[in-house]
Design a protein around this ligand. Structure first.
Ligand code: MN
Length: 385
């Protein structure tokens, strides 16, 4: 009997996670069928991917490139769409089983909401969705009986440690952080950091936005918030520990004091694959960890004075409401400005802090409040640049 293939939609197929997801799918072609691919602007790669994986439909968000994509793909019998609305709606196609959300930033929110309403399983690589609207998203997922499987390596580690522990409460979790390229540096050493320096991550190869977020520790701050919503934890149950080798991907501590960790070489294909194959583990040819290559695994405390973004994230978590949405929007604007040489490295966290103090706080935000908060914060952040 032929096995039924899992039908996958990849939102953001031309980015770092998207391209690695397609490698995973190619290695297990008998198990998966690509149903939808989307990109923001990378028409050439989208066309190449579509011809190779033969999805039912593709979306290019950038409308100026629509004609190019549709001309290239109509003879392959692939439907082509364009625009933000198409991106938000394409997840509702009835053939799709799993939506992998690999979009960057706030843009992931609406497509994810629509995918949950359409009862699609979510493989979540877009952490900003849970940062911005974690309460709304988790509630919606529960109401629709939808599972959200984490792709973020730390959260995948926690998720893997929790298999078989359904009856056992979590005492706390430790999210590991590499510390980024500037670990051990103080504020005065970071005054004149260039984007080229900040874009050199020691262990992981990722997109530009998340690489800058790793250098400022904002990424770990966003991950603390993401963990709260994924695993239903209180802020004091989430600890961050710097682990420069990135071998221990995160840990869970249970009420008897036992700790479980998930380990391996830093390789995003593992958490991507696990989110697509859970509860099964499929074979992988990725290189194996060798203890003798890493005789010393080390751990240290994060420096919250130098990297105050992490402190801001805990503050957003404690106060709740729309504060994490404010922090996220401010950070998206500030990182973009830094990547365009408009502000200095340390100003990223300053702008985030100023926005959290200035933009109107809403205690119980609706979806509309998040949209307004995001817009207002972006406007205010721009005025600071
Ligand atoms: Mn991560």
């Amino acid at each position: 009997m032929e096995e039924v293939k899992k039908k996958i939609a990849i939102l953001g197929s031309t980015g770092s996670i998207g391209t690695q997801a397609l490698e995973v799918i190619e290695e297990h072609a008998e198990k998966f069928q690509v149903e939808v691919l989307t990109t923001n602007t990378n028409a050439d790669l989208l066309i190449e991917q579509a011809i190779k994986f033969k999805p039912n439909a593709v979306v290019i968000v950038d409308e100026t490139q629509y004609q190019k994509v549709s001309e290239a793909l109509w003879k392959h019998d692939i439907k082509t769409y364009t625009g933000k609305e198409a991106l938000a709606q394409v997840v509702e196609m009835k053939e799709i089983d799993v939506v992998l959300t690999a979009l960057v930033g706030y843009a992931g929110l609406l497509p994810t909401i629509n995918a949950i309403k359409a009862k699609k399983t979510i493989a979540l690589a877009n952490k900003e969705t849970l940062v911005v609207a974690g309460e709304l998203i988790t509630k919606l997922a529960t109401e629709n009986g939808v599972h959200i499987y984490p792709v973020d390596s730390e959260h995948s580690a926690i998720f893997q440690c929790l298999v078989g522990e359904i009856l056992n409460p979590i005492e706390k979790i430790y999210l590991t952080a590499s510390g980024g390229p500037f670990r051990g540096k103080k504020r005065d050493e970071l005054q004149n950091i260039t984007k080229e320096q900040a874009l050199k991550h020691p262990n992981w190869e990722m997109g530009a936005k998340i690489t800058i977020d790793s250098a400022t520790l904002m990424n770990k701050g966003l991950e603390v918030i993401e963990a709260k919503w994924l695993f239903n934890l209180k802020p004091e149950q989430i600890d961050v520990i710097v682990h420069p080798q990135s071998i221990v991907h995160s840990l869970v501590q249970f009420t008897d004091g036992s700790m479980k960790a998930q380990m391996g070489l830093p390789d995003m294909k593992l958490p991507i694959q696990y989110a697509l194959t859970y509860p099964y583990r499929f074979p992988s040819k990725s290189p194996r960890f060798n203890f003798m290559d890493y005789p010393n695994l080390t751990f240290e405390k994060p420096d919250l004075e130098t990297f105050k973004n992490l402190k801001l994230a805990y503050e957003a978590l404690e106060k709740g409401g729309n504060l994490a949405c404010i922090l996220n929007a401010a950070n998206e604007v500030a990182v973009d400005a830094f990547l365009h040489d408009k502000i200095k490295f340390l100003q990223i966290a300053d702008i985030n802090e100023q926005c959290m103090n200035a933009v109107k706080f809403v205690k119980n935000p609706s979806y509309k409040d998040f949209v307004t908060t995001d817009l207002e914060t972006r406007k205010f952040a721009e005025s600071l640049i």
